[in-house]
Write a protein that binds this ligand. Sequence first.
Ligand SMILES: Cc1cc2nc3c(=O)[nH]c(=O)nc-3n(C[C@H](O)[C@H](O)[C@H](O)COP(=O)(O)OP(=O)(O)OC[C@H]3O[C@@H](n4cnc5c(N)ncnc54)[C@H](O)[C@@H]3O)c2cc1C
Length: 652
Amino acid sequence: MALNSKIPAGKLSEKWTNYKATQNLVSPANKRKMEVIVVGTGLAGAAAAASLGELGFNVKVFCIQDSPRRAHSIAAQGGINAAKNYPNDGDSVFRLFQDTIKGGDFRAREANVYRLSEVSNLIIDQCVAQGVPFAREYSGLLDNRSFGGALVSRTFYARGQTGQQLLLGAYGALSKEIHKGSVQMFTRREMLDLVLVDGRARGIITRNLLTGEIEKHAAHCVIVATGGYGNVYFLSTNAMASNGSAVWQCFKRGAFFANPCFVQIHPTCIPVHGDYQSKLTLMSESLRNDGRIWVPKRKEDAEKLRKKLLRPADLQENDRDYYLERRYPAYGNLTPRDVASRAAKERCDAGYGVGERGLAVYLDFASAIRRLGKEIIAARYGNLFQMYEKITDENPYQTPMMIYPAIHYTMGGLWVDYELQTTIPGLFAAGEANFSDHGANRLGASALMQGLADGYFVLPYTVQNYLADQIEVGHISTESVEFESAAQKVKERINKLLSCKGSHVVDYFHKKLGMTMWNDVGMSRNKAGLERAIADINALKTEFWNSVKVGGKSEGMNTELEKALRVADFLELGELMAIDALHRKESCGGHFREESQTTEGEALRRDDAFMYVAAYECKETKDNHADYVLHKEALAFEDVEVKMRNYASVED
Ligand SMILES: Cc1cc2nc3c(=O)[nH]c(=O)nc-3n(C[C@H](O)[C@H](O)[C@H](O)COP(=O)(O)OP(=O)(O)OC[C@H]3O[C@@H](n4cnc5c(N)ncnc54)[C@H](O)[C@@H]3O)c2cc1C
């Protein structure tokens, strides 16, 4: 099957305008007869459901939590990008587009990224109108700060709680529609399969997480906005309930999965502190506006700091290595995440790391506090400092934070065309669940922008365009063989897990998978490690299905069963990530292949061989195994010059 990205003709800056001017519309009377399923109530899903409800469609929206407000999006701290250019520092739609393409290491589709930059400004207007309390300057204008990979300040924020405030805005819009009756909300439901009728997405199978009931829901189309799959690594900054199951089920039903190995490792997280930890905590990238990152220049000092024979404040300026400022003077502490993460790992691997395990670097606010005063720093980052102190029992106003990279975000996801439609007609994917805009590395503060762009400003047009030729289909019933067999399949899977009666709990397998993923499919990858990972994951998969122990019953609440279903999918998804990483014999963005680096140890892209999106198709083989077939979407760059990324100088 040839991939058709459906990029509209015309100049880059006119494509979206032209699309909207010529797309097909559905009349108000027909909208009332059409149903749309939205899975997920994070920023992408809540925005899509609210907007489609407002347009007049009948929307059914689903989430795992007991309230849409508890989606993982609520955790987002630092901010959301937009090209408003309020600080008058040279920003523009084109510059945001260019930074995003470059930040993604030239592995994203130009047309989608340009549209994202274009609608970014509308998002801010929309959210302000909803009452989102963005930070303001003394003059009353919305304030901005800087994030990595940009030389301008374009990040709008609400202290360190931007995701929470944006989600409350989207939740308000959603609640209005629920109250009106255009949106029906299904909380505590987990999508466990996608239903296709005559090759089109027509519904989903869910498990009611309170009663255990397997339910069938039909619609004219389905939007999956179920977030990212970073928890495949067990330890990540993602919410505990974040999972890859919905996208994985779509993949198994025929939707292609794009760039599974493109994972973001965030440089500023609180380091792992023990073997029984189940979650990692992010310290927002916004802190790199004022915090300076360093390690000691001498290994002896690092050793003493690790043994607590020295305190960081004991080291004079001359004895400190501000390695980001040294290696990347133009961007300094605001280099993109992939670059900053690798640089931290390089220093720690070389023996300069601090903290008990030597796996930490300092993020120091002393000079910012001297320059600006404690009050200003507290106003900017107070809640983050408080969170850090609660977790580590150290006061970051007095001593530098210790940070280390951790898994944070997945750029890979369901392959979508310009309309955000997958390879299954009628199945759309939005937010972190799709692969669309960030290439091999996402810039900070661009995930919230993308989720809200997809939900508020793209899907309302493209879904309508799809539904325009579906108006004669009529009501879709769940009383069909397709729905029945999908529900049956889900029940059989659940029974299989419950009947294993093995000896290891689900977390045992999840931790093992996470360890393999982190060691061999993590920040730095090589052929031998990836081959080992594929073999190890395969063995672990077999062990899981033979010896997992899932207590309880299928009826009623069973959190262990929920976990087991998710980990079963993570095991398969982890394997595909390793397969993809093995095939991509280049370094790009977050994907660092040790075999492909410059003499200075920087990532070496191979545009001649790998300038494409890797999209996998799942084919069942005769012996019931899955076969993953690779398809390639070639990437063409007409409006930006393709170059090796350079954050050391501004001459690029
Ligand atoms: C700690 C942290 C801080 C961050 N800070 C920022 C930031 O400052 N700026 C920025 O741009 N980005 C940030 N990000 C990234 C950003 O928060 C996420 O990428 C974004 O919120 C994802 O939104 P989403 O709507 O795609 O998915 P999510 O918010 O993850 O929502 C997923 C939804 O899908 C539902 N769901 C999942 N699976 C199923 C299923 N099988 N069945 C039914 N429902 C399901 C969930 O219940 C939930 O409602 C941060 C991420 C983290 C981890």
